[in-house]
Design a protein around this ligand. Structure first.
Ligand SMILES: [Zn+2]
Length: 276
């Protein structure tokens, strides 16, 4: 089965939008669609975006929800530009190594695998066959890939009619070359590896109240191997890994959102056009 690009035929949802002035964000949020609207959407496009985050410490000044906030914001921006539906964010990820810090909520790898597997199978059952996961947390990567493998196996064993056409893709916004280049340009080595100024900048752009947490911080512990939550906190007492989030500002956040969405829109377009 092919998955025609919604852009090739205009917005996949234009037929259901009551007025041209309808809010572009509302139009692509699955949460705000009815099932007949989703059924009609599937006649035009088989693609869907799933934002995947984490709920975990982000240093002494960063929001616990950083990875979910950023993944959802990038996903909604990609959705607005492409017309592709966006599911609710999966805000809990694999954050076992951050459990030494209060506020962190982690799914074990096996739990996250099961959640993502069930998400993909639910969507595939209704005809979605291009599942595009926009991820905001490095700790989710290995498990997400495993979940995709399991979902393909289950789609086949359950006899889903579109099992052979099913494609899943993981897109880590923070690893898009343009986003990494911007982080290098703005922050150099101070980008670090966790509670990075690039992700914090996006949260400041999204939630101005977070600005009040920003303050200068001492030199962070350098990044290195970690072996579980206690070891993480011992090596990185304030939760940061080599980063200086005080360099972040809302204006940078708008730029990161733009470059990440531009890169991922291009990638999504190719993904939707890939032959089955
Ligand atoms: Zn993060």
């Amino acid at each position: 089965m092919s998955s025609p690009s919604p852009q090739a035929e205009g917005s996949a949802l234009s037929a259901t939008a009551p007025t041209p002035a309808e809010d572009a964000t509302a139009a692509i949020r699955l949460q705000l669609r009815s099932w007949p609207e989703v059924e009609r959407y599937l006649e035009r496009c088989r693609g869907v975006i799933v934002p995947l985050g984490s709920t975990e410490q982000h240093g002494p000044t960063g929001a616990i929800g950083t990875d979910a906030l950023t993944a959802e914001a990038v996903a909604l921006e990609v959705g607005r530009r492409s017309g592709v539906l966006v599911t609710p964010v999966q805000a809990f990820g694999m954050a076992e190594h951050h459990l030494g810090f209060p506020g962190t909520i982690s799914l074990q790898p096996a739990t996250l695998l099961a959640v993502l597997h069930d998400l993909v199978l639910s969507l595939a059952r209704h005809g979605f066959d291009r599942i595009y996961v926009i991820n905001g947390h490095g700790g989710n990567i290995a498990t997400t890939r495993a979940a995709f493998a399991q979902a393909h196996a289950s789609a086949t064993s359950r006899g889903l009619t579109n099992a052979a056409a099913l494609r899943c893709k993981l897109a880590n916004w923070f690893m898009a070359p343009e986003a990494m280049a911007l982080a290098r340009e703005l922050y150099g080595e101070k980008e670090g590896h966790h509670a990075t100024p690039s992700e914090i900048a996006i949260t400041l752009q999204l939630e101005p109240s977070l600005q009040s947490k920003q303050r200068p911080l001492p030199e962070p512990a350098p990044a290195g191997p970690i072996h579980g939550p206690e070891d993480f906190r011992r090596r990185h007492p304030d939760g940061r890994m080599g980063s200086d989030p005080y360099l972040a500002c809302a204006e940078h956040g708008a730029r990161f959102l733009d470059v990440a969405a531009t890169a991922l829109c291009r990638d999504l377009e190719q993904f939707l056009q890939e032959p089955a």
